[in-house]
Design a protein around this ligand. Sequence first.
Ligand code: AMP
Ligand code: MG
Length: 413
Amino acid sequence: MPTSPSAARAAVSTLTVDEAQSRILARIAPLEPTEVGLLDALGAVLAEDATADRDVPPFRNSAMDGYAVRGADVRQAGVTLRVVGSVSAGALPERTVGAREAMRIMTGAPMPDGADTVVRVEDTDNGVEVVTINAVTPEGIAVRQAGEDLRRGETVLARGTVLRHPEIGVLASIGRAKVRVVRRPNVAVLSTGDELVDIDEEPGPGQIRDANRYSLASAARAMGATPIPLGIVRDTADDLRRALRDAAERADVIVTSGGVSVGDHDHVKPVVDELGSMDFWSIAIRPGRPLAFGEVDGKLIFGLPGNPVSSLLGFELFVRPALLKMAGRTLLQRPRVSARFEDTLDTPPGLRFFARGIYDPGAGTVRTTGPQGSGILRSMALANCFIDVPDTVQHLDRGATVTVIRTDQPEDH
Ligand code: AMP
Ligand code: MG
């Protein structure tokens, strides 16, 4: 049953950021596991224990270019040994190494039996028939033992591990061309507003370019989700209904911007109420006070405000942790640090204020990016953090200790 935008006004409840976050996260479960090629696994969460199929390295080998010898023969400098052959990486030694013998060996080549030490070439005269050792060489040095990195059968990476590039390398070394990971969420991104034109169109009188679809789709991609940008939706209930149904069919989560205030053309709330259900919240923050959260055809929908800064802050505070949880992550909060404020700032009473800041980790200081209006998208582009100002504070002086949310750092550190 369609309802009018004014009905939305009655349903608004005021929540803190923490309350809204925990209500949202309570509705979210990780997606199912899926098998992907190793190069598509970056940033995903491992959905199985990965075990080594063999020792890594699989055989004893040299860590240096040099001569494989018996440690007992190189306890003093100046000794001369007979060179009995050469072995390179990928080849096998043709014989063993006996007393007062040496075999030329390249990095990664299998150690010949009998030898237990490698003298690096820089410590020799690089001889071909005989070699003179110019440095005392500790027994056992420059030899990598079989299995010293990974042992066959050992769990190398546990289920739940976030796959960064080093983990991808570990999986490659145990021969995992495919791995089971938690599926990445698909995120439909829609912009609502009669004033919007796409970025390749010339804005006419009263029109502006649609920035949010691009910034929000990119925010989704940046955290490892798959964005599905679905264009501009006009401020009519019909258009919105059609767009949301289509989005629900294609995506796990729908993110809209605009149309969640209580203006005469803010249709998100009534249309979602008709297609599913929606809570319409007033979050005690600035910027980004209105937030709608609900379900369309069984898919979660976040209705973010239209102001470009507000929509991105809403994504950061509410959508990003939700998508991370869907992707199987357990650490959902960015690192927070204390910093010395190098600016002055007035903030609104009774609202938690998220100032866009530039944090200097070396100096431990932070300043604002300049003008802080919710339409000033440049304040986001210049920022590497939010300065989280509690609702009880209305004024910050230079030298104040403030809390910084490091949006330049991932949640898992
Ligand atoms: P609304 O939340 O729809 O009332 O929009 C609030 C403000 O954000 C208005 O000034 C809109 O023109 C602006 N706005 C809404 N959507 C976008 C968008 N996709 N890109 C840039 N600005 C937008
Ligand atoms: Mg609008």
